[in-house]
Ligand binder design. Structure first.
Ligand SMILES: Nc1nc2c(ncn2[C@@H]2O[C@H](COP(=O)(O)OP(=O)(O)OP(=O)(O)O)[C@@H](O)[C@H]2O)c(=O)[nH]1
Ligand SMILES: [Mg+2]
Length: 294
């Protein structure tokens, strides 16, 4: 993953290197290279704001500096690292949030169509199974969504609370929370995929959140959505505590994490890294930056 992002940073370093060999880095030399890097980052779905921040940091570090040829790569890497460390937030401690929550801890998963919500609910159920979990089939809208979650429930031996299709998802949430309370479990509630264009579905989600008052709401976004994650951050603004970025295993750009962090100001809590139940890991920004710069 992240191959293209890596390549952009490397390309930039080698073009700076070749210029450094010729003369000192003045504005005329550096500007076209920085512009090139910015375009490449944008192509990798890095948001404009983040790309510009990286560009600025690099300009400051490189312009007029006596960077020796051997140090160019290091200087470029440092600048990228600095910007990303500042921008990314991996401080969300999910287990701690569950421990501190009122009983029963209630967790919602919201996001656009196909972003990976239902799969992530199942992965989380597996992860938290020792605590005791129940899953709520809060997507009463999309055909086959209830069966999809029930299949995960069977595979994982985890109870699923469901109602009829077209029924009120807030009531599904309510029943899931009640079951969790009776059994001392964590409630993991799936929701229907929606975009802000679906005003009815957005209102329904609003109601669901008001009625059930989740302790943690995750916005689930798909790394392949690229810059569309910006639209998603806006559509769900104020409704989520942290982000889960799925499909990192098939993403070569790496931009979605950067864009959503920059736009939402919220931490990224987990990454989805495949279609199996174990394919979820905590987001670690140092590790992420290292994988870009290695
Ligand atoms: N490669 C890969 N595929 C994933 C990952 N997470 C989810 N998927 C796949 O993405 C597709 C959609 O996942 P779902 O969990 O159904 O997404 P959803 O958000 O619930 O979709 P809707 O309910 O239709 O809105 C499925 O084929 C999943 O197997 C991941 O981390 N990596
Ligand atoms: Mg779903």
């Amino acid at each position: 993953m992240l191959e293209k992002f890596k390549d952009s940073v490397k390309d930039f370093s080698s073009s700076v290197k070749s210029k450094v060999a010729e003369k000192e880095l003045d504005e005329d030399t550096l500007n076209p290279l920085l512009e090139d890097l910015r375009l490449q980052l944008l192509q990798n779905n890095v948001s404009l704001e983040a790309a510009e921040a990286i560009e600025e940091e690099l300009r400051e570090k490189l312009l007029g500096q006596e960077v020796t040829r051997g140090k160019v790569q290091e200087t470029v890497d440092e600048a990228v690292e600095e910007v990303l460390l500042e921008l990314l937030d991996d401080s969300f401690d999910f287990e701690q949030r569950l421990d501190e929550a009122e009983d029963p801890p209630t967790v919602f998963f919201i996001g656009f169509n196909g972003s990976g919500k239902t799969t992530t609910v199942a992965k989380m159920a597996r992860k938290l199974k020792d605590r005791g979990v129940v899953m709520g089939a809060g997507d009463t809208f999309r055909a086959a969504s209830i069966e999809q979650l029930e299949e995960h429930g069977e595979n994982l031996d985890v109870k699923v609370i469901s109602h009829e299709y077209e029924s009120d998802p807030a009531a599904v949430g309510y029943d899931t929370v009640e079951h969790a309370e009776n059994e001392g479990k964590v409630a993991l509630v799936d929701t229907a995929g929606r975009s802000h264009a679906d005003q009815n579905l957005m209102n329904e989600l609003d109601k669901m959140i008001r009625v059930n008052e989740p302790d943690v709401t995750f916005l689930v976004v798909d790394a392949l959505a690229g810059n569309d994650v910006l639209e998603q951050a806006e559509a769900y603004e104020g409704m989520f505590d942290a982000v889960i970025v799925t499909k990192m295993d098939v993403d070569e750009n790496g931009g979605a994490i950067i864009s959503i962090s920059e736009r939402s100001g919220k931490p990224v809590a987990f990454l989805g890294t495949g279609q199996d139940y174990d394919d979820i890991r905590e987001f670690d920004k140092e590790e992420f930056i290292e994988s870009i710069l290695e």
